[in-house]
Design a protein around this ligand. Structure first.
Ligand code: NAD
Length: 505
């Protein structure tokens, strides 16, 4: 694979390769432990599936407690080396990682698109975002400084910012490289070591990233990746007493289990557990900006996004015309294999497809109005793959399961609001609190809504505005702790205060 090969060129070659796709991309089949590829202790492997064709295309290591134990031991050694590395040098390593990721972006993006199904252009954006995360936190390594504390002239008191130690990162299947980067980069910047466990649906790019980090100069053992299922590899990792912080992104149910496991060793946790995020569209909005925003908020990655704008809360006066235009644009979206870069890609797994279908079928049985979509489908070019039509459910009651529960697919639930106050009540009316979007031209109303929305992040007049600089995380069932931004470093740091008495006069 030539490094200069274009994204589209490599994607076409991989598509044409069929069963040889993994070989074209030189995808790994082993864990990454202590700076080397390592076969699983039990010698077992699992299949990795291409959601766009519905075919298995590669194998990867099925890790278990023995592999995890080895990875954690390696991370303990790695921590000793890395925490003793000068902060400026840590920064240089992370900066080189960002540069390498940009240089090798095509391989990462094609592997990501193939492994999780997402359109190639989105995967390329995720890789750019991952490079940006390493660049951002590279600049923070030598700025984690403490404070002096005024106790009076006979004392010197100060704080030291120290890395927490070995950190575990349990990564979901919807944004594998993004989620890995937004956890690993701040952990490494703080001086922590890492054991990452990518989702069993999408193990590839975390492995590629670990190997790239070594080429960027990361010492052996500082970053380890164990692949396998949640039960066999994830559970022993989050329960390992040497792990001092767990960063988990995934479902509420698994989040509870992870938190309980970490509690045994009093390890801290960051939980990012998804949402049911509203996009509030008021009658005085810029209609075109709102239409574009709502479309991007729900159809990107076929709605498999923790922060998807999966609820449209629209003011009654705007509802009919807005919905009509939304339906028209939604029906025009292209569907297909991620590597052909359609507007909407497949669903990650048959289990997730069944879950989405279950929600929509139950809604139909309740008499919910389906404005468009509503059925499973296939790649129109090949007749294969795991797809669900972009679907809009109209005029839902606040208590409807499609309003209250995370579907995690291309399903937009529409709620009609009488005015801004009603829109706020509807927007806050679920147990989740991850993000919210607001579309209005009235600055006062926008700022009042931003103040009163119960969530971790608010987007005004551009859904998904912001980047690695803006802290991200949830309230209530959406979890706690913040990733991204300088706040994202806190989970990986502990504060020590030192107070000394000066006895000389
Ligand atoms: P999950 O929460 O079970 O899996 C997420 C990660 O946790 C995977 O890496 C998995 O291997 C790991 N895991 C599973 N059990 C574990 C355990 N006991 N200990 C440690 N790690 C464990 O999610 P899922 O089953 O893949 O998807 C189910 C639903 O979760 C989806 O329909 C969606 O609603 C939600 N989800 C949310 C996000 C998000 O970004 N917040 C991501 C993926 C899935």
């Amino acid at each position: 694979m030539a490094e200069s090969e274009t994204l589209q060129g490599l994607a076409a070659r991989v598509l044409a390769a069929g069963e040889e796709a993994a070989a074209v991309l030189a995808l790994p089949e082993r864990h990454w432990i202590d700076g080397a590829w390592q076969a699983p202790a039990a010698g077992r492997s699992l299949e990795s599936w291409d959601p766009g064709s519905g075919r298995a295309y590669a194998r990867f290591a099925a890790g278990d407690a023995a592999d995890v134990s080895e990875a954690v031991a390696s991370a303990r050694e790695g921590f000793r080396r890395w925490s003793a590395t000068a902060p400026a040098e840590r920064g240089r390593v992370l900066q080189r990682a960002a540069e390498l990721l940009r240089a090798e972006a095509a391989r990462f993006a094609v592997a990501e698109s193939l492994d999780c199904g997402k359109p190639l252009g989105e995967a390329a954006g995720d890789v750019r975002g991952a490079a940006r995360a390493f660049e951002y936190y590279a600049g923070a390594c030598d700025k984690l400084q403490g404070e002096t504390i005024p106790l009076g002239r006979d004392y010197l008191a100060y704080t030291l910012i120290e890395p927490v130690g070995v950190t575990a990162h349990v990564i979901p299947w919807n944004y594998p490289i993004s989620t890995a980067a937004r956890g690993l980069a701040p952990a490494l910047a703080a001086g922590c070591s890492v054991v990452a466990k990518p989702a069993e649906q999408t193990p590839m790019t975390a492995l590629l990233l670990a190997e790239l980090l070594q080429r960027a100069g990361l010492p052996d053992g500082v970053c380890n990746v164990v692949t396998g299922t949640g039960a066999e590899a994830g559970a022993p990792l989050v329960a390992d007493p040497a792990v001092r912080h767990v960063t988990f992104t995934g479902s509420v149910e698994t989040g509870r289990t992870v938190m309980a496991a970490a509690a045994r060793s009093i390890a801290s946790v960051t939980l990012e557990l998804g949402g049911k995020s509203p996009v509030v569209v008021l009658a005085d909005c810029d209609r075109e900006a709102a239409l574009e925003g709502v479309m991007g908020a729900i159809w990107e990655n076929a709605g498999q996004i923790c922060s998807a704008g999966s609820r449209l809360v629209v003011e009654r006066g705007l509802h009919d015309g807005f919905l009509e235009e939304l339906v028209r644009r939604t029906r025009a979206l292209s569907l297909g294999h991620g590597l052909r870069d359609p507007q909407v890609g497949p669903i990650s797994s048959p289990a997730q497809l069944a879950r989405i279908r279950g929600y929509v079928e139950a809604a139909k049985a309740r008499g919910v109005a389906v404005a468009t979509g509503g059925e499973t489908t296939v790649d129109p070019e090949t007749g294969a793959g795991w797809f669900f039509q972009p679907t809009i459910l109209d005029a839902l009651e606040p208590s409807d399961p499609c309003v209250q529960e995370e579907i995690f697919g291309p399903v937009l639930s529409v709620q009609v609001a009488e005015d801004a106050a009603h829109a706020l009540a509807l927007a806050n009316g679920t147990d989740y609190g991850l993000v919210a979007g607001i579309y209005t031209r009235d600055v006062d109303r926008a700022l009042a809504l931003a103040r009163d929305l119960d969530c971790g992040q608010v987007y005004v007049n551009e859904y998904f505005a912001g980047g690695i600089e803006t802290p991200f995380g949830g309230n209530r069932l959406s979890g706690f702790g913040r990733e991204k931004g300088l706040d994202g470093l806190r989970a990986y740091c502990k504060v020590k205060s030192v107070a000394a008495r000066i006895r000389a006069s």
